[in-house]
Design a binder for this molecule. Structure first.
Ligand code: ADP
Ligand code: MG
Length: 705
């Protein structure tokens, strides 16, 4: 009943959330008092009370068994960026050879996966491999592949966070606490909880599975390491909103349906700018859930693509010379009474509150640009940020001309339009309505205000959204805390509020930029403004452990200093490992396939030239001879460049100094990889198709089906 895939929109209401043990299932299946206790736990972000755990577990098991589940797992988000699971069966032996289905409160609440195989950046000494998982009741359990998945946090024996979910929950709590202080100042006594909301737009590529399987680089690294430019690139931009191929349509339908069952409201429709590129945008929800959902979405995309004879590429830059993939993190702040705090209101009072939150974000982004940059740093995303398609590595904010004009009027105490005579004052005036028209949007900005939310556009497509939102929530919490400190107990609230907003704008307006972020002038202008431009992951990461960052995260109890240092190490280590695997894969591809193929083809040409000469002395050996000479020259070059890369890899510094190792990969290995690629790509353009070992860019990007 829950397992058929034929798309029929009438069934969506039944289907939606059918595989989630959400509020509806809880209400139906739990005794009233247990349900009420669980709801309280969820709302207050506490862990589950032992006295009700057995009842909840049992109800969950019955619900799951009716839907075909035979196993359960604690589903968690270790620092590898993907999710991990350890499956156990519900089945318990009954002694007499029979079995019963069992699931206890203890099993629901706590798990003990072997933690030693997950990165910990030195947090767990090797003799202490124990790690625990604990249910986060604010994330609902769900069924995937006949398995009841319990979303959990993951921590060490000594209580240190080993995952991406724990700091995210902590950061949401920090923001809640500080936002409530601000709301009290405006007399919003009815609000008891504030959440951040996120709607992540996910880009991805789909390629033919058979062709994917023939490329070692795609299989091992998720991106092409070689590949000559196709005759047709994306210059015509005819793919954007173009018609969708039947096999892609079938994929999207199944993906939507599977996501709906998991309570993710997805609508996968349009094509992106690059050929074979697509996007999925779910409807936003609270950040914790959005993060779980995005992980599930990426996992399902990969799996469902396979069923349709395709491979889903989530890498930030699968193809050189073609747009890469990102993730747009649409972010806002919402009260439990349903008010979006980044939505300009209809009264002077609401607008004053909106402007205070807006100013807090402006100050946060300016003061902690480096941390935002760190939160989107990875080897994969380095190919994208700053290239001509993605936001640059410089963090700035787009507010649009209208809102910027209003802020300037407030700052300078002038009227905000030629028609007005009165000077603009916070708490006195009503703001005009801002257009939410998409045509007005600046697509080049890394951090854009889009009417009632901010869109942080620097995330890589393969990212967990957790890290960037931990930073966003924490830096805004910090500014709100400072504002609350300044305004609590003031004698003249309106006048102090005005002064605070004006001073903050004067101090931080350098971060606002409404122009073209892709232009060279902006790079120069940003430098004049003193904004940072951290071009690569290795340049950016040290900011994470700068004293200012450690002070921020420890003050709001998001990370301990030890947790931060370990995460810093893990990120550098993962950068080095990624480049090491890529470089080794390149050498392997050259040695085992590219060189043999080119030598074979050269030999064919040489034979043909010799045959011609044998037949008749005067017969021109063109094109065989000049082509063979050219290929021989280039293959010699390819051979030497490969030896060079291999010997450089042997000389990489020891892991004991991880920063030195990362610098070496960035400064020595990466340029050598690029040089090697150039020669191989030239060889590809000169080698007969039947000899070249890999599907070309044209075949990958323009499949015939
Ligand atoms: P587009 O960017 O294509 O014009 P929208 O602006 O409507 O589309 O939405 C883009 C994404 O932003 C969607 O995932 C949407 O759910 C999300 N979004 C809309 N409002 C909010 C909000 N208040 N908080 C977080 N995300 C939001
Ligand atoms: Mg968008």
């Amino acid at each position: 009943m829950y397992d058929n895939h034929n798309g029929n929109l009438n069934r969506v209401p039944d289907l939606f959330g059918s595989m989630v043990f959400g509020d509806k299932a809880m209400r139906e299946r739990l005794p009233k008092e247990v349900y009420r206790a669980l709801r309280k736990t969820i709302e207050n972000g506490k862990s589950l009370d032992k006295s009700i755990a057995d009842t909840v577990a049992n109800a969950m098991k019955d619900w799951a068994a009716e839907r075909g589940a035979t196993h359960f797992t604690h589903w968690f988000q270790p620092m590898t960026g993907i999710t991990a699971e350890k499956h156990d069966s519900f089945i318990s032996p009954e002694g007499d050879g029979r079995i019963i289905m069992e699931f206890s409160g203890k099993e629901l609440v706590k798990g003990e996966p072997d933690a030693s195989s997950f990165p910990s950046g030195g947090l767990r000494a090797t003799f202490e491999a124990r790690g625990y998982t604990a249910w986060d009741p604010s994330s609902y359990a769900f069924i995937k592949d006949h398995t009841l998945c319990i979303p959990t946090v993951f921590y060490s024996y000594t209580g240190v966070a080993l995952d991406k979910k724990t700091p995210l929950l902590r950061s949401m709590e920090a923001l809640n606490k500080q936002a409530l202080r601000i709301l009290r100042l405006f007399g919003n006594g009815d609000v008891t909880h504030v959440n951040t909301t996120v709607g992540p737009e996910q880009e991805y590529f789909l390629v033919d599975r058979e062709q994917y399987r023939r490329r070692e680089d795609l299989i091992l690294c998720g991106r092409t390491l070689f590949g000559a430019k196709p005759p047709k690139g994306q210059e015509l931009e005819d793919h954007y909103f173009g018609s969708i191929k039947p096999r892609v349509t079938a994929f999207m339908e199944e993906l939507d349906e599977e996501l709906w069952k998991l309570g993710v409201f997805a609508k996968t429709e349009h094509n992106e700018v690059a050929p074979a590129q697509h996007e999925l945008a779910p409807i936003f929800t609270n950040t914790n859930l959005a993060s779980d959902h995005n992980q599930l979405m990426m996992e399902l995309m990969k799996r469902i693509a396979e069923r349709h004879g395709m491979a889903c590429l989530l890498h930030e830059k699968p193809f050189a010379g073609v747009n890469g993939s990102g993730k747009h993190n649409n972010w806002s702040i919402c009260t439990n009474t349903g008010v979006n705090l980044l939505e300009p209101g209809d009264s002077p009072q609401e607008n004053a509150q909106f402007l205070l939150f807006l100013t807090a974000v402006i100050k946060a982004v300016d003061e902690y640009q480096d941390l935002l940059r760190v939160s989107v740093a990875s080897a994969g995303n380095d190919h994208r940020l700053g290239a001509n398609e993605a936001p640059p590595a410089i963090v700035s904010m787009f507010l649009g001309d209208e809102l910027t004009g209003i802020l300037e009027a407030i700052e300078h105490e002038t009227p905000y339009s030629p028609r007005e005579t009165e000077v603009m004052k916070v708490g006195v005036h009503i703001l005009p309505r801002f257009p939410k028209d998409t045509t007005d949007r600046n697509r080049t900005s890394p951090f854009a205000f889009t009417g009632n939310k901010f869109e942080f556009r620097m995330l890589g497509s393969a990212f967990s959204i957790s890290g960037p939102n931990v930073v966003l929530n924490t830096i805004v919490a910090e500014e709100l805390a400072q504002f609350a400190d300044a305004l609590e107990g003031t004698a003249d609230f309106n006048s102090d509020l005005n002064a605070l907003i004006r001073k903050t704008l004067t101090d931080h307006k350098r971060i606002i930029f409404n122009g073209n972020n892709y232009s060279d002038e902006w790079v120069a202008e940003a430098e004049r403004r003193g904004l940072s431009n951290l071009k690569t992951t290795v340049d950016a990461l040290p900011s994470f452990i700068a004293p200012k960052s450690i002070a921020l995260f420890t003050r709001h109890k998001i990370f301990t200093e030890q947790e931060m240092r370990s995460r810093y190490e893990i990120l550098l280590e993962s950068y080095c490992k990624t480049l090491n695997i890529e470089a080794l894969t390149m050498a392997d591809m050259v040695n085992k396939q590219i060189l043999p193929a080119v030598m074979k083809y050269t030999n064919r040409l040489v034979r043909a030239a010799l045959d011609k000469r044998a037949l008749c002395d005067s017969m021109p050996a063109e094109p065989e001879q000049p082509l063979a000479e050219k290929l021989a020259g280039l293959s010699g070059c390819l051979y030497r460049k490969t030896r060079k890369l291999e010997s450089e890899l042997m000389q990489a510094p020891e892991q004991a100094d991880i920063k030195a190792q990362a610098d070496y990969y960035k400064d020595i290995i990466l340029p050598s990889m690029q040089e090697l690629r150039e020669t191989a790509d030239e060889l590809e353009t000169l080698t007969a198709k039947d000899c070249w070992p890999y599907p070309s860019y044209s075949e990958l990007l323009y499949p015939v089906d």
